[in-house]
Design a protein around this ligand. Structure first.
Ligand code: SF4
Length: 224
């Protein structure tokens, strides 16, 4: 267990956070990505339904992003040593972030489900996931890029989900209406948190050997 129980006050002292409130029109909800997430790619028969889901999603977004610069020892304290992200973050500049689209979209997904509109529910949920990914891209772009940066999130690359409470505390994410449940799931559901690390590109990669044994579902960065 990492030393997160004693560290939050210090993280808060060190953190200078920046809040970003992108317009819904700035959120890139790619039709192809929604189709892939909903497992209905490759067929034009779903095109109209996907377009409707993306349009509906745009009207339900309440995007919020918070980023905070952290010293490398803080990054290392947040990331367990058995994750390669720990070594990647060691000695480097880092930013922690939280990004959320709010809960209106997931409430609408529930409405579709209750009304047995399952296709609409699945596609809207996928559009929400893609919107959160786009928001995380916005958070990453707002962090320093000298000479490059990489984004990592709990649940991937061996970084345990148990880091989420400490990340959210350090970011005072309750201000944004974000909280973490005992299961480590977040509310709103369409929320992501993690760290952006700056460095030379070759120092920001997880090794292929770790990727080969990783079971993280749906990772687009898988090396092997
Ligand atoms: S497959 Fe590789 S890049 Fe993807 S989460 Fe696992 S270790 Fe990270």
């Amino acid at each position: 267990m990492m030393a997160r129980e004693t560290a939050p006050a210090r993280w808060m002292d060190n953190a200078e956070w920046v809040d970003l409130v992108p317009a819904a029109s700035q959120i890139d909800i790619r039709v192809g990505a929604v189709a892939r997430l909903a497992r209905c790619g490759g067929s034009s028969r779903w095109s109209e339904a996907i377009a409707l889901a993306v349009a509906e999603a745009r009207g339900l977004l309440d995007p919020r992003v918070r980023i905070a610069a952290v010293a490398s020892d803080v990054s290392e304290a947040l990331i367990s040593k058995d994750s390669p992200v720990h070594a990647i973050a060691a000695g480097k500049s880092g930013w922690i972030y939280v990004a959320t689209i709010g809960n209106a979209l997931e409430l609408r997904v529930s409405e579709h489900m209750r009304a047995s509109r399952y296709l609409e529910a699945v596609l809207l949920d996928a559009a929400g996931s893609q919107a959160v990914e786009s928001l995380a891209d916005i958070a990453q772009a707002a962090c320093g890029r000298a000479p490059a940066n990489a984004r990592f999130a709990p649940g991937y690359c061996g970084w345990r989900l148990g880091a989420q409470p400490a990340l959210l505390r350090a970011l005072s994410a309750e201000d944004l209406g974000v909280r973490v449940l005992p299961s480590n799931a977040m509310e709103p559901l369409k929320t992501t948190t993690g760290i952006v690390v700056a460095g030379v590109p070759e120092s920001l990669r997880v090794g292929a050997a770790f990727c080969e044994t990783c079971t993280a579902p749906g990772c687009a960065r898988r090396i092997h």
